[in-house]
Design a protein around this ligand. Structure first.
Ligand code: AMP
Length: 297
């Protein structure tokens, strides 16, 4: 495994690899790797010849009062994890390398990036889209892997790749969870013992709402109310949003239609730690009496 810090060097390597007919997969991360990230690496190894993990805590996707400085970092451990997982290259640039002075371009994805997460973190998805497009330019991948954990992000990236004619297959992998359902996240280390116990209620809220949808509940506000109730009765949560929407467009109809694929989305604080999670579920179609349940796509 090789660690590369300079974009030019990375580009020379990937040009050579592409010319030799190798398929490249890129796994963009902010580091502090856990099993969620490593599941993306595993999938990447299955579909490509060469796996590049990028480790970069991207300042432009954090708002002024967010946790950029506090975001956990442990390069030595990430490097060991990547080595063990069979990663071929780590791209680990300095901020100056990604955003040299005079840098003046950003990518704005309209609509899909403005609601839910985008409403609470207004600059977030512009920062994400900008850095991901730059990482694509740096690593020239055939495949790029993202986790369903950041559901709205997957829609934003797909939209960007489509709109900018970026020749990369976006692969989405399922959310990896702790035994009690809490989605693995680099930020989970910030949870106190009691917050950690309470955090499972996010998954409970998603599951309960999904159960009701399975039973045929289609009223959006009722579905949202179920999630709010679980979080409220758990106490301690400050809810940014607990919402349901069409899984592809994020539209919010009064009532969902039979067979419609719905995403349940939650963002909530426990103390200072902001957690996000989601769940995909389909309303039963009128012809099926036993609806299928799935969390991936
Ligand atoms: P991050 O380092 O948080 O920016 O995440 C890097 C990538 O890993 C993103 O595509 C995330 O969606 C994905 N990821 C983070 N947590 C998980 C998880 N628990 N399961 C699957 N993928 C994840």
């Amino acid at each position: 495994m090789e660690v590369i810090t300079k974009i030019k060097e990375m580009q020379i390597v990937v040009d050579y690899l592409r010319a030799s007919g190798k398929k490249i997969a890129c796994v963009p991360t902010m580091g502090y790797l856990h099993e969620g990230h490593l599941s993306l690496v595993k999938r990447a190894k299955e579909i490509a010849d060469v796996v590049i993990v990028t480790l970069f805590v991207n300042p432009t996707q954090f708002g002024p009062n967010e946790d950029y400085n506090r975001y956990p970092r442990d390069f030595a451990k990430d490097k060991a994890n990547c080595e063990q997982a069979g990663v071929d290259f780590i791209l680990h640039p300095e901020v100056q390398e990604m955003y040299p002075s005079g840098y003046n371009t950003e990518i704005n994805i309209r609509e899909i990036s403005k609601k839910f997460e985008g409403a609470f973190r207004p600059i977030h998805f512009n920062g994400v889209a900008t850095i991901v497009s730059k990482l694509f330019m740096a690593t020239k991948p055939h495949y790029a892997l993202f986790g369903q954990k950041d559901y709205q992000q997957t829609l934003v990236i797909k939209q960007m790749a489509r709109d900018l004619l970026i020749d990369v297959a976006i692969v989405i992998a399922p959310t990896i969870r702790e035994l009690d359902g809490l989605a693995k996240s680099s930020r989970n280390i910030f949870l106190s013992e009691s917050e950690r116990k309470n955090a499972t209620n996010i998954y409970k809220a998603l599951e309960l709402a999904a159960e009701e949808i399975h039973k045929g509940e289609k009223r959006r506000k009722v579905i949202n109310g179920i999630m709010h109730n679980v979080l409220r009765s758990a106490g301690a949560f400050h809810i940014d949003y607990a919402m349901s929407a069409d899984a592809d467009t994020l539209d919010e109809p009064e009532e969902f239609l039979s067979g419609q694929r719905i995403v349940l989305l939650i963002a909530a604080y426990l103390g200072k730690t902001r957690l996000i999670d989601n769940y995909i579920v389909s309303l039963p179609s009128s012809i099926s009496s036993r609806p299928e349940r799935f969390e991936n796509f």
